[in-house]
Design a protein around this ligand. Structure first.
Ligand code: AMP
Length: 294
């Protein structure tokens, strides 16, 4: 039987994510990584630092991921992790090793390189998801930007990260944006970045939203000097909610061994142990971001 590409019924994506997560955990297909949460205040931002628990580290050491480096986990994806057809070109699949609950990957059906430029259909797919539930969409463009898989995948995590603080730790920086010629920058973020507001996207059809988001993305790439870079020379993170999109060009993946991806620039960092947490405390998370950005 040919694979069905019927997309989900509007208004049902969030419950599909939650139900699939529960079923996949029961079947052992989903392997959440347990962490302990710490807060590190720096430069007016209360960063969340998740520390991988000793138990989770032990479990991984007992059952390491031994797949070859060229293995593509999304072609095919694991059936137990499938959530929904997002569009003709993209599939929604659960992150197999989530740190954040209900973490959705938006994967291209056909192989595309993670370092290739985002396309109107990528933006259309991520907008379809953001319209379904309040979330942070992000993209790690290649290994230097924190990506671990070559097959193109955008990602969405639900917001808020925690209920006791702003929905996103860097919220104070986003409330303090100076716009020049249509490009926003926050004086609280001391590294290259560019921000666009998305207020004019909400009322558009998905097709037109994809096109409008692409225009904004192209303008942000130009603003951070990556407009004419080659795929290999174009390392950046993209983060977006329904209200804004931000691009951060990258110089390196790690700060003192700590891998940073797009979530780091939302104020959510992940460390492997208490030693790495102390490194972050000593230098300050903002110094870590400055070091891996430009
Ligand atoms: P990134 O590391 O940003 O490239 O995101 C890729 C994500 O894919 C990682 O967070 C992994 O946990 C996740 N992942 C790895 N293998 C699989 C798999 N077989 N199915 C679904 N997700 C996976």
């Amino acid at each position: 039987m040919p694979e069905s590409k019927q997309t989900f019924r509007p208004g049902t994506l969030w419950s599909a994510v939650v139900n699939r997560t529960r079923q996949a955990i029961e079947k052992g297909a989903l392997r959440p990584i347990a962490t302990e949460r710490e807060t590190v205040e720096d430069e007016g931002v209360a960063f969340d630092v998740r520390v991988v628990s000793a138990l989770a580290r032990k479990a991984y050491e007992a059952n390491p991921d031994v797949r070859p480096p060229d293995f593509d986990p999304f072609l095919p994806y694991e059936e137990e992790l499938f959530v929904a057809n997002i569009s003709k070109t993209h599939v929604g699949v659960l992150n197999k090793f989530p740190v954040v609950d209900n973490h959705l990957l938006i994967v291209t059906r056909a192989f595309e390189e993670q370092t290739s430029l985002l396309t109107p259909s990528d933006f259309q797919a991520f907008w379809v998801c953001l319209r379904e539930f309040e979330g942070l969409a992000f993209y790690n463009s290649g290994q230097v930007s924190g990506a671990s898989q070559r097959h193109k995948h955008l990602q969405v995590v639900p917001l808020p990260f925690f209920s006791d603080v702003p929905a996103i730790p860097i919220q104070p920086a986003l409330e303090n944006v100076i716009v020049t010629e249509g490009i926003g920058r926050s004086p609280m973020l001391p590294f290259d970045h560019a921000i666009a507001r998305l207020d004019d996207v909400g009322g558009l059809s998905f097709l037109n939203a994809g096109a409008r988001l692409l225009e904004k993305y192209a303008a942000l790439l130009d603003a951070v000097g990556l407009g004419s870079a080659s795929d290999e020379g174009r390392a950046y993170n993209m983060l977006a909610t329904r209200r804004w999109m931000m691009l951060v060009p990258r110089s390196r993946e790690r700060f003192h061994g700590i891998s940073v991806n797009a979530l780091g620039f939302a104020g959510e960092l992940l460390v492997m142990d208490r030693e790495q947490l102390e490194t972050l405390r000593r230098h300050g998370p903002m110094a870590a971001l400055i070091s891996v950005a430009i």
